[in-house]
Design a protein around this ligand. Structure first.
Ligand code: SAH
Ligand code: MG
Length: 210
């Protein structure tokens, strides 16, 4: 492995987030394959948080001359708010008391020296999708996990995936005891609508458009 890859992998491991390291490394591997298939391509992740998955994917994007759009409104999902399971008081902006992960995301991407490869899109997923016309070689859905938001992301973004392009979905749990249903439901919907399984690591699923 190159020194650059080792450095970014070590950095990614330290970034706050919910992506287990083996799944993050799978993101890099799948990204390398996508980048080798479509060099110079456009990738997008829905759900940036503090930049952990953006470093894993950004490493592969940099190696293959691709660009990763990393989208988030940066105010967290329902499960990140005060009183919920994934709340982190360090992420609260003292000025307005709201969760704000944007400064953390920016610091991560700057520390990784990925600013020419990873481009932040700050705003609501469906609003940005309605004005985004670039076909995607790789789409990673890891935004809100509630029913309405997950389905909104699916319908807003999957049409942008080109033929042969990759669709990655995180937090897919076939057994309801392991986690919420919506990511699993959109994964099944994709399989029934022109995508095929190519890889699975933990709760990460990788599909390709037929
Ligand atoms: N992919 C990241 C984790 C993302 S966590 C990683 O592995 O490091 C989910 C993110 O989705 C949160 O940061 C939240 O702010 C964002 N999110 C949820 N709903 C959203 C919406 N409708 N538009 C934009 N971002 C949203
Ligand atoms: Mg996730």
């Amino acid at each position: 492995m190159s020194t650059r890859a080792q450095q970014l992998r070590a950095l990614a491991r330290k970034v706050k987030g919910f992506m287990p390291d083996d799944e993050g490394e799978a993101l890099t591997e799948i990204g390398r394959e996508a980048g080798a298939t479509f060099p110079g391509g456009a990738w997008l992740e829905v759900g940036a948080w503090c930049g952990k998955s953006a470093v894993y994917l950004g490493l592969a994007a940099e190696e293959t001359g691709c660009v990763l759009y990393s989208l988030d409104h940066h105010h967290g999902s329902e499960e990140n708010q005060v009183g919920w399971e994934h709340f982190d008081p360090e992420l609260i902006d003292p000025v307005d008391g709201r969760l704000n992960t944007l400064p953390h995301w920016q610091r991560t991407i700057a520390t990784a020296r990925l600013e020419e490869t990873v481009v932040g899109l700050v705003g609501s997923s469906v609003t940005i999708a309605s004005h985004f016309a670039t076909p995607l070689d790789l789409l990673f859905i890891d935004g809100g996990h509630g029913h309405d938001v997950a389905w909104a992301d699916y319908f807003a973004w999957t049409p942008a995936v080109r033929d042969g392009g990759w669709l990655l979905i995180h937090d897919v749990f076939p057994d309801p005891a392991d986690g919420g249903r919506p990511p699993y439901e959109i994964y099944l919907e994709a399989l029934a609508n022109g995508f095929s399984d190519v890889a699975a690591v933990g709760s990460l699923r990788a599909l390709r458009r037929d």
